[in-house]
Design a binder for this molecule. Structure first.
Ligand SMILES: NC(=O)c1ccc[n+]([C@@H]2O[C@H](COP(=O)([O-])OP(=O)(O)OC[C@H]3O[C@@H](n4cnc5c(N)ncnc54)[C@H](O)[C@@H]3O)[C@@H](O)[C@H]2O)c1
Length: 149
């Protein structure tokens, strides 16, 4: 897959990491869909992204147009894994640091995502090979570590 082919990113888990990852992806102009297990978690994540975007507009770091595009077009949410990943080129998992949970998430993600989608875990401490052992085509499975500056 070429970089230009990446149009939509699915983020699984909308907590501290998930909503921040969603924000940076949307600020890069990509469509982002966040999946979580409760609507209130998703609403909270979107509110935090908006709050951060308002701050960045105020500082002159991004334009109001970009903020409007993100909130109206680029950033969406769902409670349904299939809806999140079925047409995503990249899926980034950011659920709690529990091995069995991450494996069950990837089993489901792997069954619905395109077979050439890159599947990434945001684990801090766990074996990437162990988590990735449950996915089809494990050669497209990666660990992704984000740093904040
Ligand atoms: N720099 C880095 O890359 C970095 C930094 C901190 C944490 N992490 C890692 O990122 C991951 C997430 O950490 P966090 O602090 O954002 O956790 P968090 O607890 O703040 O958020 C996790 C979210 O996942 C959701 N979730 C749980 N089960 C789910 C499921 N089946 N489907 C979808 N969503 C589900 C929870 O409801 C919650 O909203 C962990 O693996 C953590 O170790 C990475």
């Amino acid at each position: 897959m070429k970089l230009e082919e990446v149009k939509k990113i699915a983020i699984i888990g909308s907590g501290a990491m998930g909503h921040g990852i969603a924000q940076v992806c949307a600020m890069a102009g990509l469509k982002v869909i966040i999946k979580d297990i409760k609507q209130e978690f998703l609403d909270n994540a979107v509110a935090k992204v908006k709050e951060s975007l308002v701050f960045l507009v105020g500082k002159g770091k991004i334009t109001q147009d970009l903020m409007d595009n993100i909130t109206k077009n680029l950033l969406t949410t769902t409670l349904d894994t299939k809806e999140a990943v079925a047409d995503a080129q990249i899926v980034i998992e950011a659920v709690p640091e529990i091995l069995d949970l991450k494996k069950s998430v990837f089993k489901e993600v792997s069954s619905f995502a395109p077979k050439d989608a890159i599947l990434a875990t945001n684990t801090s401490t766990m074996s990437i090979s162990e988590i990735g052992s449950v996915v089809d085509h494990p050669e497209r499975f990666v660990g992704m570590h984000f740093s904040i500056r």
